[in-house]
Design a protein around this ligand. Sequence first.
Ligand code: ATP
Length: 499
Amino acid sequence: MEELVSLCKRRGFIFQGSEIYGGLQGFYDYGPLGVELKNNIKAAWWRTNVYERDDMEGLDASIIMHRQVLRHSGHEATFSDPMVDNKKNNKRYRLDHLVKDQKADVITKVAEAMGQSAENFPAVVAALNANPAQAAGALRAAGVRDPFSGEVGEWTEPKPFNMMFKTTIGPVADDESYGYLRPETAQGIFTNFKNVVDSTSRRLPFGIAQIGKAFRNEITPRNFIFRVRELEQMEIEFFCAPGTDEEWHEHWLEKRLSWWEAQGVPRSKIEILDVPKEDLAHYSKRTYDLMYDYPTLGHEEIEGIANRSDYDLGSHTKNQSELGLVARVEENLDSIAKLTIPHPETNKPVVPFVIEPSAGVDRAMLAVLSEAFTKETLENGNERIVLKLRPHLAPIKVAVIPLARNKAELVDLARSIKNDLQKLGLGRILLEDSGNIGKAYRRHDEVGTPYCVTVDFDTVGKGEDASLTDTVTVRDRDTLAQERVKISDLSAYLQAKLR
Ligand code: ATP
């Protein structure tokens, strides 16, 4: 992981946010190559989930939302993590992170004090969350140390900390004029359900897809881009008739696993966690968490696929009592819309069930980069670092390299080849005229460029072999094979390789 983080900074994938002022914890900036990789991941997701299906629509809703949305969604009341304070130094920690970071013997003591086995960490966390007073005693008795000072802490009773970012809207800051930065993109889909149905004439079953930023004031952001405060999500809300939800849930589990596989994140590295009933979120009937085996971190959630029942639309609709809702929802006297759709069989208005595959773009980046990061020992004993990204994800598809940067003839031809390749719409093609060819190859191995095209003296008829005139060398990132290709064939050659 450390090597990957260093490569990300060195080569321009990911930088610490606000770095020149000392950095802001939990915020990252995506650099010249990071933005390309991120866009390619999002495009791959959109292609698979919107374009290649016949039952999906897209959406891009606003980030700041009316406080009523986040009130009726349940976020104001429940979108919180348990937090403990160390009275000795006034540091605050997320309770489960604090315990997880302790030495094994301390974790065992905490688990025992809570009447649990340390083997089953989720059960320990659930017990801590459920019994705040007992939790504080357990932390003290076990001698839980402060990760910052390293000393045994003086721990308070855990209390819930709401993770939503609240912001003032408009010039007057009073009790009414605030909204929230959305903590998930999902709510924008639910609030637009009726708009999408009315404007597209969709019938059940169908889904709405959205990619966008979400904000969570995480108590302890950490592990590089794994846990950040400004994140991006790729979410689908798939609406179906009650009773068909379980089948659709399985459908989406399968679809999502095969999508990850196509991005180079194999199934063998993903554990499917069927979340135990007692750990389910308030809206969920059943949830599968996809737990990817991140280097250093181990199995952590990369995507959640939840059966949200009729909770969300049921919470946001008016006339709740007439709709035969299955989920237990809070009364809503604020909504002005009836969020129903004709049942496909009876044609009677029904509040559909929702299956939600929700993946983090940042966590996807980290997984894709982790899988691609490879160290190889070459025949000559040298080591090379190579990012074996799938070509459709590579930030730069082809680097066109003039052998000498000070020979106008080579540089001009390389530029014209670059311009022609760029028009193919394959993604970014780079003119790499920074000098040394060896360095250029090393750099493009490290950033995952699938092909390097070199323009040399033979290309322009000034080399030793006249038969090589109007040909270039194409170097394959993975096999290191070099092939001489006619310039006139180059577009078709690369198109076939990169599509
Ligand atoms: P965790 O338990 O790890 O905090 P979560 O269960 O709160 O995650 P969800 O609310 O299910 O996460 O969000 C859906 C997806 O959004 C997650 O699977 C993850 O990929 C991404 N995500 C959530 N929180 C963060 C975060 N703080 N940083 C980066 N990605 C996140």
